[in-house]
Design a protein around this ligand. Structure first.
Ligand code: GLC
Length: 415
């Protein structure tokens, strides 16, 4: 079965039709605003045919940066009633209406890649962006580290893996009985079987209410937010971004005081996420110190962060050999693996790409290539879905999805 006869053209058209003028929505209907880490991936896709537009994507993201350095996970550039929770629920007062949390910091890493693709075209752009990206990095170092130097997520949406089993224990401890009435919009756009449950959604909204009541004051939220989990997504992407910022600063002679020390601290933090019993990089609740006991696709971002692990490599080889469309967002051997429900099993092409970047950079080219080819087969057969069933390959969630198109153009579709 191959319904996608010209995937290059299709991928470009998806980016172009999701372009809202300076920023790209992830998909029409379900996600009608600018999402932080989606944008960084979108920029990589645009760089394959319009490098100026690629820079604009990242520049627009930073127009939403708060004065303290924080870069929100959603920028609500234009009101859209098809999405909940919108700006009125978050109650934030940044330069652009926004959410009050972040997402994994990919911007510095992807900006560096775009700059390397055309150094002349990119030099003034990256010089302008550098202090903003550094300020965001410093904000994360100030507010999100746990006692070991691992980076915490303070809302499941912050790590970008909304309903991952990593959060189950921490979510179960949240009392959401007074969350009140609200109307979800996601399930009117896509199949509810593919989406987070009501139990999860009540807690997502409760955490937004807690943040809002605290006026998004990070000092207050250090004690008031019941959810604080150190996780591989936040930790590995922050470490990787710090390495990229340091490399950019060295090449351009920019001041990056403290970055070397931050990298050393983050390396310790990243190593602290190794769960020896499970033999994997796991999440750890910063409040209870308990492991999540989760084998996720984020566990395989170690190479992306410049961290070698033979045990993770063995595990990856086994997954590549046994799962038709790897890498599942939750290991198929785990009891609560769910092939269709969002971050509890499905394969996400952009995560594969980041895993592939890391593998290739750390000398595991053959594995990176294996993963790329399988991702290519997945997209060219089943299309530009938000995510895919790792066993059958069948597409799920939203379609004509920006980051899946970008992954095709930048990585999966390039032989
Ligand atoms: C979902 C995903 C998140 C993504 C967003 C927009 O919330 O879990 O990672 O950024 O959708 O695509």
């Amino acid at each position: 079965m191959n319904q996608h006869t010209n995937p290059d053209r299709e991928a470009r058209n998806i980016l172009i039709s999701n372009d809202r003028g300076g920023y790209t929505i992830p998909t029409e209907g379900l996600y009608p605003y600018q999402w932080n880490w989606d944008s960084a991936i979108a920029a990589l896709g645009f760089a394959q045919f319009d490098i100026d537009r690629a820079w604009i994507e990242i520049e627009t993201l930073f127009t939403g940066q708060w004065t303290d350095g924080m870069v929100p996970h959603i920028l609500f550039h234009q009101q859209d009633d098809g999405y909940f929770p919108g700006p009125d629920v978050w109650g934030c007062d940044g330069p652009i209406p926004s959410s009050g949390i972040i997402q994994p910091p990919l911007a510095a890493t992807m900006a560096r890649k775009i700059w390397e693709q055309d150094a002349d075209a990119g030099e003034t752009r990256i010089r302008e962006l550098f202090p903003k990206m550094l300020a965001w990095h410093r904000w994360i170092m100030k507010w999100r580290l746990d006692d070991h130097g691992a980076v915490c997520t303070t809302h499941p949406w912050e790590a970008g893996r909304d309903n991952a089993p990593d959060w189950d224990k921490a979510m179960a401890r949240i009392d959401a009985s007074d969350v009140g009435e609200y109307q979800r919009r996601d399930t009117s756009h896509v199949n509810s079987e593919d989406r987070p449950t009501k139990f999860d959604y009540d807690r997502y909204i409760k955490l937004v209410q807690i943040g809002r009541q605290a006026g998004w004051d990070q000092q207050a939220l250090l004690t008031q937010n019941p959810f604080r989990v150190a996780d591989p997504t936040m930790t590995f992407t922050t470490l990787r971004a710090a390495r990229d910022l340091l490399a950019i600063s060295e090449q351009l002679g920019l001041d990056a005081e403290g970055l070397g020390a931050d990298i050393a601290d983050l390396e310790v933090g990243a190593s602290s996420l190794w769960n020896e019993d499970l033999g994997v990089f796991d999440s750890r609740d910063a409040r209870t110190k308990e492991w999540s006991g989760s084998i996720s696709n984020a566990s395989y971002l170690c190479w992306y962060a410049g961290i070698e692990s033979e045990k993770m490599l063995d595990r990856l080889k086994a997954v590549l050999a046994s799962v038709p469309f790897p890498v599942p967002s939750y290991d198929t051997s785990m009891p609560n693996f769910d092939a269709r429900r969002y971050w509890r099993g499905p394969t996400w092409a952009f995560m594969n790409m980041m895993i592939g970047f890391g593998l290739a950079e750390m000398g595991h080219e053959q594995r990176a290539e294996e993963l790329r080819v399988k991702t290519k087969e997945l997209i060219s057969t089943y299309g530009f879905a938000e995510y895919f069933d790792p066993i059958s390959g069948s597409p799920a969630g939203g379609n004509a999805f920006t980051w899946t198109a970008a992954v095709w153009l930048h990585w999966a579709g390039r032989d």
